[in-house]
Ligand binder design. Structure first.
Ligand code: RIB
Length: 294
């Protein structure tokens, strides 16, 4: 099985702050770092670190070429990432003293995907292969349709959740990865609904799709038709939550590909995410297989 991640590659500009800056306030940061990130690139790195055969497609500017070096060093095939004349996507990230973050995105190359690039990117994939997508690049609808035509399974992490999600052919998606807020939005339910009801709502709306719902400290839920599974979180000191969801997604897919049952895949993904939150950064903080599969 080959995995194609068609998604975002970002330069993460990370400011370590006491608290997330308030409207009208100016604060100083204790440190600054320019890290490799982007939900797509982080998920690609996670799956490659976990041992899968991963290809990345997307677009960057020359300023982002270091992202390819990072991905390459983790075993991701990056030859489907194109370099254009503009700038790479940027994420302005504040991480507060409790490890919680807030993120402002600038799309850059992520917003410059062209139709002919999509056909080229999916051309070497077939049924048995999967595509993993998020909501940080343009032309996601065209990508889903092109991948489905090739018989690929569609894995979607509709994050960040916004109005663009409603325009996607969601009925073609085989597997959704959502947190509790994204899940509630997708199920058209209030944000404070019990997780199990959100999960029920999603399995009703998408009867042919697997649903993985992560609920932070409250663990991770799985639903497919009438089937349900659950795993508690693996506790860890929180240094920086950036990339934790991407790690969970990547390691869940990898664990399933390695033959783990659902519950053990949830546990494995939770363990991997707990290691990511205990470290600073995004792509580079994702653990390697030997740290997780033991
Ligand atoms: O999920 C974390 C990622 O979201 C960061 O690396 C940032 O680039 C944003 O895309």
């Amino acid at each position: 099985m080959k995995v194609l991640v068609y998604g975002s590659l970002n330069i993460d500009m990370v400011f370590a702050v006491d608290h997330i800056v308030l409207p009208g306030e100016t604060i100083s940061s204790a440190s600054f770092a320019r890290n490799a990130g982007g939900k797509g690139a982080n998920q690609a790195a996670a799956m490659a670190k976990a041992g899968l055969n991963v290809f990345m497609a997307g677009k960057i500017g020359r300023d982002g070429e270091f992202l390819l070096q990072h991905l390459h060093s983790y075993g991701v095939d990056t030859h489907k990432v194109s370099v254009y004349g503009g700038s790479t996507g940027n994420a302005l990230i504040q991480v507060d003293k409790n490890g919680q973050n807030s993120i402002v995105l600038y799309a850059g190359g992520n917003g410059e995907i062209r139709p002919h690039e999509i056909e080229t990117a999916v051309a070497s994939f077939n049924s048995g292969d999967i595509i993993v997508m998020q909501n940080e690049i343009s032309r996601a609808k065209d990508i889903i349709i092109a991948a489905k035509k090739r018989g690929m399974k569609i894995y979607l992490n509709p994050s960040p959740y916004n109005e663009k999600i409603d325009g996607l052919p969601l009925e073609l998606v085989d597997c959704f990865f959502v947190n509790e807020l994204e899940g509630a939005s997708l199920a058209a339910m209030p944000k404070n609904y019990p997780f199990t009801e959100i999960l029920d709502g999603l399995t009703l709306r998408f009867p042919n799709a697997e649903i993985i719902l992560t609920a932070g400290k409250n663990g991770a839920y799985y639903g497919f038709g009438g089937m349900r599974e659950y795993a508690a979180i693996v506790d860890a000191p929180v240094v920086d939550t950036t990339g934790a969801g991407d790690t969970f997604t990547g390691y869940f897919i990898a664990a399933r590909a390695k033959g783990f049952d659902i519950r053990n895949a949830l546990k494995t993904a939770s363990k991997a995410a707990s290691i990511t939150v205990s470290r600073k950064g995004a792509m580079d903080s994702v653990p390697f297989a030997k740290e997780v599969f033991s």
